[in-house]
Write a protein that binds this ligand. Structure first.
Ligand code: PRP
Length: 225
């Protein structure tokens, strides 16, 4: 299942993020706020249980979330910016991290590795995994993966496979922008994973960046370029 959000507030915030003149501080705030709004939709199916509560005036039968165990997993780096927004809605969620980056090539077509180490892992689309730390009881939890950009879905597929290999059965993927190619790739590879996406863009450029997009979310969030 995929859900493209069309809420006016989300569209408004994404428009400001797309603007190249939007600065780092505002960009970070908007990523967090948009993640929170998308999370609102993604948690619509949380199970409830009835409780009895004493209001100042009477006894009331009311409902609370029935204690479903959730973990959010941020895909580094850019997914970090979504954690605050999501955990403000689900404060009991445990938080995991998976470090991934897309391999870059120089003009000779040579691979330029930014990091070396035993944890490297190459997907067919050459996503490099350099870190992973998940909650110990992740297999007992529903997992919400956070990454603002779904371009080719190479990173998403690596993250999802890693989480599935850790025993997780129920996974949702939250992103702010997606390219149609990324949605199709993720749906084909992991049809059981629900996708919640702020906006669907037109496509990818020759470097696999989402168009029109918002640039490199990690660089804009952390001011690294
Ligand atoms: C970006 C983005 C996603 C990935 C999307 O990360 O945050 O993780 O690319 O592209 P894909 O769908 O084609 O895999 P990047 O590799 O730039 O790393 P960073 O977040 O550390 O900048």
């Amino acid at each position: 299942m995929k859900k493209i959000m069309n809420h006016p507030l989300i569209q408004h915030k994404i428009s400001i993020m797309r603007d190249k003149n939007t600065g780092t501080k505002e960009f970070r705030e908007l990523i967090s706020e948009t993640a929170m709004l998308i999370c609102y939709e993604a948690t619509r199916d949380l199970p409830l249980k009835e409780v009895q509560i004493e209001t100042p005036l009477a006894l009331a039968k009311s409902k609370i979330v029935s204690g479903k165990k959730i973990a959010v997993v941020a895909v580094l780096r850019a997914g970090l910016g979504m954690v605050d927004g999501v955990t403000s809605l689900i404060p009991s969620a445990k938080i995991g991290h998976i470090g991934l980056y897309r391999e870059e090539r120089n003009n000779d077509g040579c691979v330029q590795l930014k990091l070396e180490g035993p944890s490297q892992n190459f997907s067919p689309m050459r996503t490099v995994q350099y870190y992973a730390k998940l909650p110990e009881d992740i297999a007992d939890r529903e997992v919400i993966i956070l990454d603002p950009m779904l371009a080719t879905a190479s990173s998403a597929n690596v993250a999802i496979q890693y989480i599935k290999d850790s025993g997780v059965k129920n996974i949702k993927f939250l992103c702010i922008l997606a390219a149609p190619q990324g949605i199709a790739n993720l749906e084909n590879t992991h049809p059981d994973v629900d996708i919640y996406c702020g906006a669907l863009d037109e496509g990818l450029n020759e470097n696999n960046f989402i168009l029109p997009g918002l640039g490199d979310a990690g660089d804009r969030m952390f001011g690294t370029k």
